[in-house]
Design a protein around this ligand. Structure first.
Ligand SMILES: [Ca+2]
Ligand SMILES: [Ca+2]
Length: 392
């Protein structure tokens, strides 16, 4: 494809207009909530000091990326459970390890201590201490009711001094891969002393994670311009496609694109800034205009592709072309282009035109051969390529 300068500009404008339609609002990952199955009465302990059968809650987690950046568990105690010191709640990811005890034996300071007698009645959200430093041990110290609210994960009892210290949660799970995060999380709640009972009516696991990696593909990775005459302009395009699974736009900034290599000056980038919405695909044009004969190679490289962490991190397309010999100039003595300069056809036709005779009359009695086998074809050639004035 060889384009005139005007068509080149038109192509560029069409391209720039096309960019506008690609714009889309970026999307961000948001915390996802997963409701528990298995809610109900927490089985009472049969023997004080020995943990009973756990109430096992399950959360079916899907669609999360890694690493986790926030983990929260909300438990709605209904009916209320008297004597929080009976209870221990342990959260486990699908692989089972590592686990985190959200709270355990609150108020307990010795191996045989029963702990706090305060009731759990209502909703409680357990979070990483970076989210809240409210301590459930302090809240339970009144001995009547643990107020509903948000509490940091605390070390399980017994502890030597109360309140028990806070313990991390998010960082414990931060090493999990996406494959290890997505699956069934469990929350086991056990009771270790008889008589006091209660249950869970509703539970939610809320997770937040870094957005999954944004990906795009480039095709072809080598743009082949084939043989192009010296000083001719030829265009080719490659395609960039954003993965449908992306959650954010991918931005390629034209200012971050450069052409390197021995023949860099003979290739040109014709695209401006590119925004690729998830699943979007766009053709990006490049130009080749060889200035001397021979094989020409260069490399287009776009760095700083956003957002950070995009795969691949660099857009790279190798550019290959061959500069060929330009077509010879037209032979203006061969009016009809049959390869023969015949004075009785070519010569006579030219002479008549020079004398001011119109083409049809000037061709009278002359047999013009292919490819310019009519007076008008021959006259047009003489005007356009050979600078002749052609009489009307
Ligand atoms: Ca009990
Ligand atoms: Ca001829």
């Amino acid at each position: 494809m060889v384009l005139s300068f005007r068509r080149y500009i038109g192509f560029f404008v069409a391209w720039a207009v096309g960019l506008v339609t690609l714009a889309a609002m970026p999307s961000q990952a948001v915390p996802q909530s997963f409701a528990a199955t298995g809610v109900g009465q927490i089985p009472d302990s049969m023997i004080c000091g020995s943990a009973g059968i756990p109430l096992a809650l399950s959360f079916n987690v899907t669609g999360m990326g890694a690493p986790l950046t926030d983990v929260r568990v909300t438990l709605n105690f209904s009916p209320a459970h008297t004597f929080v010191g009976d209870l221990t709640a342990t959260l486990r990811p699908p692989a089972g390890f590592p686990s985190v005890i959200l709270f355990g034996r609150v108020g307990s300071t010795t191996a045989n201590s029963a702990g706090s007698g305060a009731s759990m009645d209502g909703a409680y959200t357990f979070v990483d201490p970076s989210v809240s430093t409210a301590n459930i041990w302090a809240a339970a110290s009144g001995g009547v009711l643990v107020p509903s609210g948000t509490y940091a994960v605390t070390l399980p009892g017994p502890v030597a001094t109360t309140p028990a210290g806070m313990a991390p949660m998010t960082s414990v799970f931060a090493g999990l891969s996406a494959a290890q995060i997505n699956g069934t999380w469990t929350l086991n709640i056990t009771d270790r002393c008889t008589s006091d009972v209660g249950g869970i009516s509703q539970a939610t696991l809320q997770l937040d994670s870094a957005p999954p990696a944004q990906e795009f593909t480039v095709n072809p990775l080598q743009l082949n311009f084939d043989v192009v005459d010296v000083n001719e302009l030829t265009l080719r395009a490659f395609r960039v496609t954003a993965a449908a699974s992306n959650t954010q736009n991918i931005d390629i900034t034209a200012a971050n694109c450069s052409i390197g290599g021995a023949d860099a000056g003979q290739f040109a980038r014709l695209f401006s800034n590119v925004t690729l919405a998830p699943g979007a695909s766009v053709q990006l044009p490049m130009a080749f205009r060889p200035t001397s004969l021979g094989n020409k190679t260069a490399l287009l490289t776009c760095t700083g592709v956003l957002p950070s962490g995009v795969t691949p991190t660099v857009l790279a397309v190798s550019l290959v072309g061959v500069a060929g010999v330009p077509a010879p100039p037209p032979n203006c003595y061969d009016v009809d282009g049959d390869g023969v300069m015949n004075p009785l056809t070519d010569g006579l036709f030219m002479l008549r035109l020079q004398l001011g005779i119109a083409p049809v009359t000037a061709a009278s009695g002359i047999v013009l051969n292919a490819p310019r086998n009519t007076p008008l074809k021959a006259a047009l050639f003489m005007a356009q390529r050979c600078g002749f004035h052609v009489p009307d």
